[in-house]
Design a protein around this ligand. Structure first.
Ligand SMILES: [Zn+2]
Length: 285
């Protein structure tokens, strides 16, 4: 009796997982297959050797944890993480509309409130949670982590500081989620500054975006609107424009898409996003 009930549920799980895996294949480019293979190898190694990985002090669901950060050595590396927006932004409109340097000779609003899911789960909460999980993993692997903000209840920092705080780090990863008008768009995409701080930094930003795209593609679908590698190049994002180091904005998914909203609202889902970002950072080095 139990076995009869179990089989359909396993089948359902497999069917639900398939679309993501198929989309992942479409998002991989041939030239980076070596990186992808290396990434798959290290991920499965971590899976095998981290039987008891993932108990956390705040009781997070550890079942989604693909990597044991202790398997990786990031000693001597400095990584800047920018969890997008902040929990106090919405209640301080005059502070977040203050004009600050946009990194291209103009000015821009200090910050924005960010988006939310249809059930009002805010982007700032999502990015703070994923960023905190990512920091924990990176520090467990020996890295020094610099965060753009210290909590999820304050205002800002402004977009210029969200670039400059990374000065001296190896890279800047800015975590966001997109909020399209429609519920149809789905999937992650990555944004790099074009033009970048200089040619070398711009190239390094692109390889970082590709690395993050590959690791994200192992668990999530790329947004097909942004091409094969899901990388968008933009001149207008002040956080990226103010960065002097390789910098990427990761739009983890679409908050208005019901499937992705559910994932972002769950601890298991957020742990998966953090794991994918961790893997993409490790692979970039
Ligand atoms: Zn955002």
């Amino acid at each position: 009796m139990t076995q009869r009930l179990l089989a359909p549920s396993l089948l359902l799980t497999a069917v639900l997982l398939l679309p993501g895996l198929a989309a992942c294949d479409q998002g991989s480019s041939g030239s980076a297959s070596a990186t992808t293979q290396a990434s798959e190898r290290t991920t499965s190694k971590a899976k095998t050797e981290s039987g008891q990985a993932g108990k956390t002090a705040d009781g997070r669901d550890d079942t989604a944890s693909a990597s044991d950060p202790g398997e990786f050595d990031l000693e001597g590396k400095t990584i800047a993480i920018d969890p997008g927006h902040n929990g106090g932004n919405a209640s301080h409109p005059s502070e977040i509309t203050r004009q600050v340097p946009d990194g291209r000779g103009g000015t821009k609003d200090c910050n924005t409130t960010g988006t939310s899911t249809d059930s009002d789960y805010p982007e700032a909460d999502f990015t703070w949670d994923v960023g905190s999980r990512l920091r924990e993993s990176l520090e467990a692997a020996g890295a020094k982590v610099v965060l753009s903000r210290k909590d999820n209840t304050s205002v800002g920092p402004c977009v210029d500081e969200r670039g400059t705080f990374a000065d001296g780090a190896d890279m800047l990863v800015s975590i966001h989620a997109n909020g399209s008008e429609s519920s149809s768009p789905k999937g992650f995409h990555l944004i790099v500054a074009d033009p970048g701080a200089d040619e070398k930094t711009e190239r390094a930003s692109t390889t970082l975006a590709k690395s993050l795209g590959h690791s994200m593609g192992e668990s999530f679908s790329p947004n097909s609107a942004y091409g094969k590698d899901a990388i968008s190049r933009r001149p207008d994002l002040a956080g990226l424009n103010n960065a002097s180091v390789p910098a990427v904005i990761v739009e983890c998914g679409e908050m208005r898409n019901p499937t992705e909203a559910k994932l972002m609202e769950s601890k298991t889902g957020r742990a998966k996003y953090a794991d994918a970002l961790f893997q993409g950072i490790v692979d970039w080095y």
